[in-house]
Design a protein around this ligand. Structure first.
Ligand code: ZN
Length: 188
């Protein structure tokens, strides 16, 4: 069954930095926005218009997936905020596979965590010896338990080792800054 959101949004979005998928559940649609490449200009107005018109479908939740995001600048952030603000307030918003570019903004703008729930991170780790780089997912609530003591949480993240030389991998970001958002996540 093709629902309204899929019908109106997928076609006009081919080749742009946002893709939309929706899955039908008995209690409503789960709509996923996938970001790829550079989100550095306005999300097209016709896209936002189409999205708001499609909101007549009952929506269960909206998921934002950042796994493909490479660059995000202030214009992209503004677009992202416009998109989130279109989502009706009773609809839960989730952030998945959050990459460093997005996390930096989450740490700056309280709005993101006030409106949505961070579910998982996609971090990059480097081998200090062979300089190989590895991507890895961390689940909030499993690998990272939100708490006021951010550094205690960061120390508990299981270590990974380089597949080429066995050295312990390191994250290039400063942990106390990168993971600051953990102290702001509301406990359930
Ligand atoms: Zn290595």
């Amino acid at each position: 069954m093709v629902n309204n959101i899929t019908r109106t949004l997928v076609q006009p979005l081919v080749g742009r930095c946002v893709t939309v998928n929706s899955k039908n559940f008995p209690d409503g649609l789960v709509v996923t926005f996938g970001f790829t490449g550079n989100l550095t200009e306005e999300i097209e107005k016709d896209f936002l218009d189409l999205f708001s018109q499609s909101l007549s479908d009952p929506i269960k939740s909206v998921l934002l997936d950042f796994s493909g995001l490479q660059r995000l600048n202030s214009i992209g952030v503004r677009s992202l905020l416009s998109l989130i603000q279109l989502i009706p307030e009773h609809v839960p918003v989730e952030y998945h596979n959050c990459v460093a570019e997005f996390i930096e903004q989450v740490n700056l703008l309280p709005f993101f965590l006030e409106r949505g729930e961070m579910k998982s991170l996609r971090i990059e780790e480097l081998c200090p010896n062979s300089h190989a780089s590895f991507k890895r997912n961390l689940l909030i609530g499993t690998d990272l338990i939100p708490s006021q003591d951010v550094m205690a949480q960061v120390r508990n993240i299981p270590k990974k080792h380089c597949s080429q030389c066995g050295s312990e991998l390191e994250q290039s970001e400063v942990a106390s800054i990168f993971y600051a958002f953990l102290a702001c996540i509301k406990k359930k």
